[in-house]
Design a protein around this ligand. Structure first.
Ligand code: NAD
Length: 346
């Protein structure tokens, strides 16, 4: 299959690109290379015969038209987005532009291409989204694919809008699509201003490890390579027009997660005082959702997919990766405007 991956120089998109190439697919990686992108994330596949890169903005209709025409993909996996909740609070405009207008522009380019191809029903537009579109949970319950949308941040509202556009293009124009809504990702190549890398890198630097509020917010954590595997499974075997929720089956309070990382570092890079002593509580962010949790029944029963690692196993792999890839994160930390933001995900 030839897959047009948007946002393939970002955190999750690059994991999808690496895995798709490993699985024998051809990939066209379309990315505008914003502050969040890093082409080193795909360096391991960049010389592959089945890999191509196109620097383009998903809001640029004529560039998209040209890319569809030249590359003739069998499917689109749409991951390009402004993805950081804290940045969406500081400046929501970019989120509306890329996530809403960009998704609309991409849908129109895909629709025109699909029409010109004679409307093949095996073409697929796979839209990758977040569980944050469902809003927040109390102490019990889980998000299912039927949970009503109730986004609380500019980021989640822009992603909810893009989900609705994709569904509408399917219902109105018949464009074949699948949609996935996923929980918090973590793992190799996670941008250094997201929660888990911040904890690892602050700990190693001997600096305060910031935690929002009392650290009581609960998230479900999914190892990024498991997410990439789930996405390629849905792309190939999901039912047309259907949503699949993807979760890690790994709920944890932020404070417990941070303590787990500190304990792993205590073991791998021992020092006189434990890393947990560096934990510092900071003012919570506005509209901070209390809890997200995914009911993964559909993807498990229909497609036989489950995550392959526990949170403990995934965190160990992640800590090892950051210890072994200092050049990668130091280069990104030195980029202008990259600071400490504690958003757990995009
Ligand atoms: P990311 O910020 O790491 O990467 C986004 C990529 O999109 C970057 O490479 C960036 O250059 C590119 N991009 C941004 N604007 C663009 C534009 N206008 N045109 C073309 N490219 C553009 O994001 P991520 O964490 O990898 O998330 C990928 C997708 O998965 C997003 O749609 C996000 O909403 C969704 N998602 C993320 C998480 C998570 O935990 N990170 C969880 C669920 C869903």
């Amino acid at each position: 299959m030839k897959i047009l991956v948007t946002g393939g120089a970002g955190f999750i998109g690059s994991a999808v690109v690496r895995q798709a190439i490993r699985d024998g697919h051809a990939v066209v990686n379309l990315d505008a290379l914003t502050y969040a992108a890093c082409l080193d994330n795909v360096a391991s596949v960049a010389d592959h015969d089945y890999y191509a890169f196109e620097k383009a903005d998903i809001c640029d209709a004529s560039a998209l038209k040209w890319i569809f025409k030249v590359h003739q993909p069998d499917a689109v996996m749409h991951l390009a987005a402004e993805s950081h909740v804290d940045r969406s609070i500081d400046g929501p405009g970019d989120f509306i532009r890329t996530n809403v207008e960009g998704t609309y522009t991409l849908l129109e380019a895909a629709r025109e291409y699909w029409l010109n191809m004679g409307k093949p029903m095996n073409f697929r537009f796979h839209h990758i989204s977040t569980d944050e579109v469902y809003g927040t949970l109390g102490e019990t319950g889980m998000f299912t694919e039927d949970t009503p949308y109730a986004p609380n941040s500019p980021y989640s509202a822009s992603k909810a809008s893009s989900d609705h556009l994709v569904r509408a293009w399917g219902e109105t124009y018949g464009l074949p699509f699948v949609l996935t809504n996923c929980s918090n990702n973590y793992g190799p190549y996670h941008f250094p201003e997201k929660l888990i890398p911040v904890v690892i890198l602050k700990a190693l630097a001997g600096e305060p490890i910031p935690v929002y509020g009392a650290g009581e917010n609960i998230r479900d954590w999914l190892y990024v390579e498991d997410h990439a595997d789930a996405l390629l499974t849905v792309l190939q075997h999901g039912v047309n027009g259907r949503t699949y929720n993807i979760g890690g089956e790994n709920e944890a309070k932020n404070i417990d997660l941070v303590r787990m990382i500190c304990a792993i570092l205590d073991e791998k890079r021992p020092k006189d005082t434990g890393y947990a002593e560096q934990i510092t509580f900071v003012t919570d962010r506005p509209g901070h959702d209390l809890r997200y949790a995914i009911d993964p029944t559909r993807i498990r029963t229909e497609l036989g997919w489950r995550p392959s690692v526990t949170l403990e196993e995934g965190l160990r792999k992640t800590v090892d990766w950051y210890l072994e890839n200092e050049d990668w994160w130091r280069a990104l930390q030195q980029r202008q405007g990259v600071g400490v933001r504690l958003g757990t995900k995009g």
